[in-house]
Design a protein around this ligand. Structure first.
Ligand code: HEM
Length: 444
């Protein structure tokens, strides 16, 4: 299917600040402009350094980070929670042991603070998900189906008669924002604020350097100011939902009794869950949609197949997420003992940067990995949402948003093409974020 690719994509390699890598010495997944060469880098890493050491880039001084790119390695890591710990584990344990009032500890983000009381161990991690988030964004996400459909319709109506659209700002971005606002019970009139706070949460993942996403000190300070504002805004919202509960997730969280603690949640704990929804639920789905539309413009045969048979939408969105993982990688595990991956010894205490996007193209796992195949077997094997007990808690919601978006776009539009003005550049960091995408289309 790749052969019918439509010409028209600018060579954004040439616009990157970084030279396209030709050998291992050129590979730098985190440098300025790297996001335009990630896919070339993955090929080099797979063949020459599937376990790639980044000296001195670990969490503690004197430790290293390792970039894992093989499907089998990353899948094994995320399935074993005892051996591979979250980098926040030690800090959360310290918070628990300190016995301090966490609302008073300065500069601790509310999500981490809420982990200390709501999910300090694996058992409670599972219950937290089952009782607090699953009913809204996990398996219970289907309760949002009609609302998501309304959001998709409303957004498309805004530009359907214009024949052209900037797809990111007019569809891919507002759709998950509006969906998340509706789920939480966040006023739609404050959508800009939701985006501002969301941008604040992900700042290190966009502008931070290296696998630990370090921000310069002045940027750290700005981030804490934004997060503080976010915390205060959310606090007010929680208080108002306590007084006047409505049919939304925050109201639910003010009322639910959490079984491991045999009590209701505190304001700070609810604030932590809202933070988790905002950091996880906005940009990720935006990037999925923005990449998927490009896959379809580049593969007109796939577009025609989907037009003819909507049951293929699910395979398409899964293949889209495999080929263009919105979260390309996360430094989300540490080794608790010496490990060996692909014959490379990785010492205890190393940081593992799990490169989901590379694992999704691993030639040992996938036949013709770069091809979009709507009939691919076991299409959900990709690692875009991770796997195991800590798999993304919002995967159900995101899948529903994506399938609803494509169902609706395929109903309302006959064909998409690229408008002349596009540079196809992506934002820096670890997310595959197309900055803008000018499309022309024929209304159905
Ligand atoms: C295409 C969309 C999405 C992608 C690619 C994605 C990807 C991921 C990945 C890779 C992780 C890390 C899992 C691990 O460390 O093993 C994660 C965690 C997480 N995701 Fe998502 N995600 C998406 C959508 C969402 C949505 C819609 C929400 C919220 C409704 C969400 C909320 C979270 C949260 C809160 C975590 C942290 C884990 C936890 O607190 O349990 N994500 N996601």
């Amino acid at each position: 299917m790749a052969e019918d690719a439509t010409p028209g994509k600018a060579p954004n390699h040439e616009l990157s600040e970084m030279r396209c890598p030709v050998g291992l010495d050129d590979v730098d997944l985190f440098g300025a402009g790297a996001q335009e060469h990630w896919y070339e880098s993955y090929e080099i890493l797979h063949s020459q350094a599937p376990v790639h050491r980044l000296p001195g880039e670990g969490m503690a001084p004197g430790t290293d980070a390792y970039v894992l790119t093989k499907h089998e390695d990353i899948a094994a890591v995320v399935r074993d929670q005892d051996r591979f710990l979250l980098p926040s584990t030690g800090f959360v344990r310290q918070l628990v042991e300190s016995g301090e009032d966490l609302s008073e500890v300065p500069n601790v983000n509310v999500m981490v603070a809420s982990m200390a009381t709501l999910r300090p161990n694996q058992e409670m991690w599972r219950t937290h998900r089952q009782e607090l988030t699953d009913p809204w964004v996990g398996p219970g996400a289907s309760r949002n189906a009609a609302m998501i459909q309304n959001v998709a319709d409303e957004l498309i109506e805004r530009w359907l008669d214009q024949g052209a659209v900037e797809f990111v700002s007019e569809f891919a971005q507002p759709m998950p924002q509006m969906v998340m606002a509706n789920i939480l019970g966040w006023p739609l009139s404050d959508l800009k604020l939701l985006k501002y706070f969301g941008d604040g949460c992900v700042k290190p993942f966009v502008y931070g350097s290296g696998p630990t996403h370090k921000l310069p000190p002045e940027e750290v300070e700005t981030q804490f100011e934004i997060l503080d504002e976010f915390k205060r805004y959310t606090h007010e919202l929680i208080l108002s939902k306590r007084k006047h509960p409505t049919e939304d997730m925050i109201s639910f969280l003010t009322e639910v009794e959490y079984s491991p603690l045999k009590r209701k949640l505190s304001d700070l704990e609810i604030n932590g869950i809202v933070y988790a929804m905002v950091i996880g639920g906005l940009e990720t789905t935006q990037y999925a949609l923005a990449e998927q539309v490009q896959l379809l413009v580049d593969n007109p045969t796939a577009w025609s197949e989907l037009k003819a048979d909507r049951t293929k939408i699910r395979s398409f969105t899964e293949e889209g997420m495999r080929l263009r993982a919105p979260t390309q990688g996360l430094s989300t595990r540490m080794t608790s003992q010496d490990e060996v991956f692909q014959g490379v010894t990785v010492p205890k205490g190393s940081l593992l940067h799990l490169r989901w996007a590379a694992a999704n193209l691993d030639p040992d796992e996938w036949e013709c990995p770069l091809e979009l195949q709507l009939d691919r077997k076991a299409v959900t094997r990709h690692l875009t949402f991770s796997q195991g007990a800590r798999v993304c808690p919002g995967a159900h919601l995101s899948r529903l948003e994506q399938t609803t978006a494509w169902q609706t776009l395929l109903d309302r539009i006959d064909s998409f093409t690229y408008a002349k003005k596009n540079d196809f550049l992506h934002q820096p960091g670890i997310m595959l974020g197309t900055l803008a995408l000018n499309l022309e289309f024929t209304k159905a």
